[in-house]
Design a binder for this molecule. Sequence first.
Ligand code: BG6
Length: 528
Amino acid sequence: MSSPKPDLVNSISDRLTSNPKLLARADPAPPCTLVIFGAGGDLTKRLLMPSLYNMTIAGLFPDEFCVVGIDAVEGSDESFRAKQAETMQSFVTRKGGKSHPDNFNETAWDWLRDRLHYQQGDFGSDETFNKLKERLDQLHSETQYSNCVFYLAVADRFFGLIIDRLATAGLLHEEDGAFRRIIVEKPFGHDLVSAKELNARILKVANESQVFRIDHFLGKETVQNIMALRFSNGIFEPLWNRDHIDHVQITAAETVGVETRGKFYEVTGALRDMVPNHMFQLLTMVAMEPPNSFDADSVRSEKAKVVAAIHKLTVDTALVDAVRGQYTAGKVDNLDVPGYRTEPDIDSNSRTETFVAMKFAIENWRWAGVPFYIRTGKRMAVRDTQISIHFKQPPFALFRDTPVERLTHNVMTIHVQPEEGVDLQFSAKVPGPLVHLGAVHMDFRYSDYFGADNSTGYETLLYDVLIGDSTLFQRADNVEAGWAAVQPLLDAWARHRGDVQTYKAGSMGPVSADELLARDGRLWKKLV
Ligand code: BG6
């Protein structure tokens, strides 16, 4: 392999110094081969390759880094490189508003491109793994290291199969200080039983420290910022409890429909797709106790405690506190879009939910009596993922003799996407002789301080795997606790209990989702 070209090093350092306020520099990761199972798939094209490219620009790889892609379709190193090159530009420049082709760093891409290799192989055949072993031995004999990360960017039915075969081929065996790590994508199982089975199967052949269960929400800067916001500032934490907080709302609204993923989505639905994983990551970041340190196990243990403290639902109570919905035809972003039941690969009588809203109670000292409301759905009016903390109202007494009719809650909103930032809503006196109050906002936007974000969210996570930091990954017990919390609802719905409400594409979900809050005297925060 060649050394990085001098102009690549220059362009990396130009880029780093062009915005001196940001980018805490990290050291390059240790030498490693990244093996991607599912190299021909969408995840590789849309997210993994662009992340590797961004990491190359940020100088996070040593010269010995390389990638071996594996998939069933025929191909060679050259055809794999050419295929990735075709789509690379459109995916790496889509974020941060910098979509001009001039921003594409050819030098960085060439550096990465030369390090891409391909092997055709069936995930179920031993031959694939024996061939892979030979290839890795050959690569490693040239470079004097044998660290490997195996990324399972494949459908979940292949997870156990691939890991078993990796083990049989001796590819998970760590010796002479070399590491062998596995990244497992979501969905990690489809319910509690299957998640437990998968964990048991994996942990039979690998140690927990080798397994990185990825949830890409944890790669989002704003999600990681929740810990910084809470624990590096003295002003928030004293208020972060049931004495001061009335309730918390967590929304992940999407405008996209099921797109080409009908086969997967029809048997998955919004609850499995989003709640025990992404939504619970947001919930635990907001609700966890301060960990003893940022050490992986301290953080993950605190998160596990929050999920374990979620009030245990039964099949009956789950139905009271949850609403499911399915979109019908409507208009999104001024375009007519079809209803869910007429999307490709969807049953015309489908009862799969594309929207779910739920209320959770966390039964611990900090949160007793503070409801957490979550909602997530496809084809909603707006794309917006955010967490809003609604503080308790102050006593009205002082304003009794003024024209002010009611006081509003202070609301702190953590914007996860597409905006990234935090804002605080509070009341201020409207200028004039009478006491009138108006809601005003204090706003922090990431882009104002730290420049536009050109990352996919996977960069931090991939880097963490390479340096062996599992703080932002799910431990076996975290995944199981997430499934356990929603299992009663899955059971109720599997018994066809609880209606599937409809909502028009381009709306904010079914009316019953509003009723879920209205019966507690509350409203969802307006997003549009
Ligand atoms: C994925 C889900 O895990 O997350 C998708 O399978 C969903 O259905 C996506 O659209 C949302 O992620 P993001 O980063 O686009 O908000």
